[in-house]
Design a protein around this ligand. Sequence first.
Ligand SMILES: *[C@@H]1O[C@H](CO)[C@@H](O)[C@H](O)[C@H]1NC(C)=O
Ligand SMILES: *[C@@H]1O[C@H](CO)[C@@H](O)[C@H](O)[C@H]1NC(C)=O
Length: 204
Amino acid sequence: MRTLSPTSYLISALALALAVCVAALQANVPSSAIIVAKDDSGNFTTLQAAVNSVKQPNTNEVIIYVKAGIYTEQVSIKSNFINIRITNNLDAKTWQVQNPVSTGASAESGTVKVRGDFFKVFDITFDFIWGQGRAIFQNSEFHVGRRPNGSTGNGYVTANGNNGASHKASWFLMLDSSISADRGMNALLGRAWGSIAAGTWQGV
Ligand SMILES: *[C@@H]1O[C@H](CO)[C@@H](O)[C@H](O)[C@H]1NC(C)=O
Ligand SMILES: *[C@@H]1O[C@H](CO)[C@@H](O)[C@H](O)[C@H]1NC(C)=O
């Protein structure tokens, strides 16, 4: 999955339907990359610690390589030009961020909250796509899964926000991807959040 945002957006874990994005891109790890590994074999054991280590203001792209594993943390990315990607991991599903926070306002419950510009991410799994800003999701796999408590019912795969007054342009583009759902789950592709929210599905 790749996201780009010249303004700001949030990728949030709302307790609605779970929309999981997985992509299978491959990239090389440059020697300057910051390595995150749960087993302490890298520079940091959490993604947040790696993000925090990037000096601000940052004008060069920084690559954070995350080794496979399930990371239970809430990640807040405020920096610009951060490039997070996962490599050497053909099974992208083994890399996942899980949110320890399941309640609260949408902006607080996000698993990975991105407020910096030019954020890109490859090959990771998120659980809901919500926010204001511009983002492209390409070569991704969207999946509407059952809720942890097993309940079915309507949900939303994405929720773009744009109210015009405070955000000049905000949209999500889902490109060249696939979508599936667990049996019994129903989901709408988008939930408009604000008066001029936009979501476009192309080649999905
Ligand atoms: C299951 O969780 C959803 C939120 O994810 C909630 O709306 C629903 O009421 C819950 N159902 C039960 C039976 O607890
Ligand atoms: C990460 O750890 C490696 C190995 O100890 C080290 O060579 C490298 O400088 C570290 N990178 C950063 C950005 O701290």
